[in-house]
Ligand binder design. Structure first.
Ligand code: SF4
Length: 465
């Protein structure tokens, strides 16, 4: 029986009581209540005269825009210089102009909480390395919860001062909490040792941006008890209320995950025994992962990301479209067995009636129909794909400009790293900008943001209208 998810934590701050420490509630009624978070606990002062001046400007502008039938909730409709100072006193924006804050908000696709991934997929466009490779005495691989909280509170306060949501005008449709990490591994702990699960952290981001938040996983080690329990709790939490309907769950199932990739490399070198061993490890893991995620099917909240190489790719046995169908077949056969076991032994953890078995498998089969073959060939995949024709074709698709001026004006997606630095991207090419949030860890190094990080930096001069 899966435990109902504990809503664990409460902040006891009121909006005016910024200096008190959070109090632990009795175990029975511990609640993480987002409504009780301070509107901005790090607030210093807005500055009275400036506040009046900006408030008047916002009021005038709102009136004029409304009269012209234009939404006043669009930051692009305002003279950003006239809003300069509205950010005063908000710790996380210390040192940034409103022009820079606006640029960061409009380019904030990924709010990165963790760097590094154990899945080591061969096709990983971010070229993710295991988290342990990303950490050193001067290098971090996880955001400090306090920094994340400051980001959340900072934007919440800014939106309040503006009277509208600054993220509304960004062109990106969703947010993620990762760049090169698997969502199943993401959670944070604050200084008091309290744990914040993915859904809670996603809720904080959704509250400030009002966008969907993705939960992408390529599976996890189901023998790792802590992760398995965390995922079971997360799934129960997601289906038990509508509070997290803004989260989109995606399972990435493909031939490139490191276990299956190893299997295929053994097949290539003729070691059939090892091929079978690693293939079984991967397909068994994925069947168990799907079993764990099954309750999401009832709410139609689970999608499958199917990516592979086109059938015509030479020297790529195991990685092509037809091979993917075979892989799914093996995984679903094992999943069917798990479903049957669950039902027939009377445990009925996820299968409550016999019809549900076929219904779930049909749902999952349908979700695998849309196979994407338009992957970029970079990072580890470059070593796997030797077909020159496919490589050349993929190269023509890659949009790399090596022109920071052009990128500054045309790229609209961005990555806020765990040290507060902003990168902009078109997912083929990245640029570091000179914009950085005032995080406690702003001087710490992090792993390189792949793919194709340019040496040139996008400066604030380049972003000016
Ligand atoms: S799970 Fe995602 S982040 Fe991790 S290696 Fe695979 S593609 Fe990269």
């Amino acid at each position: 029986m899966i435990n109902p998810v504990s809503k664990n934590y409460i902040y006891s701050y009121t909006n005016t009581d910024y200096n008190k420490k959070p109090q632990q509630q009795s175990k029975a009624n511990k609640v993480f209540d987002l409504n009780n978070l301070p509107s901005y606990k790090y607030q210093i002062s807005f500055g009275k005269n400036k506040e009046e001046e900006i408030k008047k400007y916002l009021k005038r502008r709102k009136k004029r825009l409304t009269a012209q039938n234009i939404s006043y909730k669009d930051i692009n409709q305002y003279d950003i210089n006239k809003l300069e100072g509205i950010q005063k006193g908000i710790y996380v924006f210390d040192g940034l102009s409103m022009e820079q804050i606006k640029y960061l908000a409009l380019h904030s696709t990924e709010f990165v909480l963790q760097r590094g991934c154990h899945n080591m997929c061969a096709h990983c466009y971010a070229n993710a390395m295991p988290p342990s490779h990303q950490k050193a005495s001067d290098k971090i691989n996880k955001i400090d919860f306090e920094d994340f909280e400051k980001l959340y509170c900072g934007f919440k306060e800014l939106n309040k001062r503006l009277g509208f949501n600054i993220f509304k005008s960004s062109k990106n449709e969703y947010n993620t909490l990762f760049h090169d990490a698997d969502s199943s591994m993401i959670f944070l702990r604050d200084n008091n040792g309290k744990t914040y699960d993915y859904l809670t952290l996603a809720k904080m981001i959704n509250e400030i941006t009002q966008k969907s938040v993705l939960f992408d996983t390529a599976g996890w080690n189901t023998k790792d008890k802590k992760t398995q329990e965390r995922m079971e709790e997360l799934v129960q939490k997601a289906i038990s209320s509508n509070d997290y309907d803004f989260v989109e769950f995606n399972l990435s199932a493909n031939p490139f995950q490191s276990l299956n990739n190893r299997a295929l490399q053994h097949l290539k070198s003729g070691n059939y025994e090892k091929y079978e061993k690693f293939r079984d490890l991967y397909t068994t893991r994925m069947a168990k992962v799907l079993f764990t995620l099954t309750p999401l099917i009832e709410k139609e909240k689970l999608n499958i990301i199917s990516r592979t190489l086109p059938n015509e790719t030479k020297d790529a046995k195991g990685y092509r479209e037809d091979d993917l169908l075979e892989l799914y077949n093996e995984i679903f056969t094992k999943l069917r067995k798990l479903y049957k076991q669950d039902y027939e032994t009377g445990i009925r953890k996820v299968i409550k009636n016999e019809e549900q078995i076929q219904k779930n498998l049909d749902y999952l089969n349908k979700k695998t129909e849309d196979v994407a073959t338009n992957m970029g060939i970079n990072g580890r995949l470059k070593n796997l794909v030797t077909d020159k024709k496919i490589q050349a074709y993929k190269k023509t698709q890659a949009r790399t400009y090596k022109d920071p001026q052009k990128a500054a004006k045309t790229f609209y997606e961005g990555i806020i790293d765990i040290n507060g630095k902003l990168y902009i991207t078109n997912w083929y090419e990245n640029y570091l900008t000179d914009i950085q949030l005032n995080y406690k860890n702003k001087d710490k190094k992090t792993a390189e943001i792949s793919p194709a990080l340019n040496k040139q930096i996008v400066t604030t001069d380049m972003i000016k209208d």
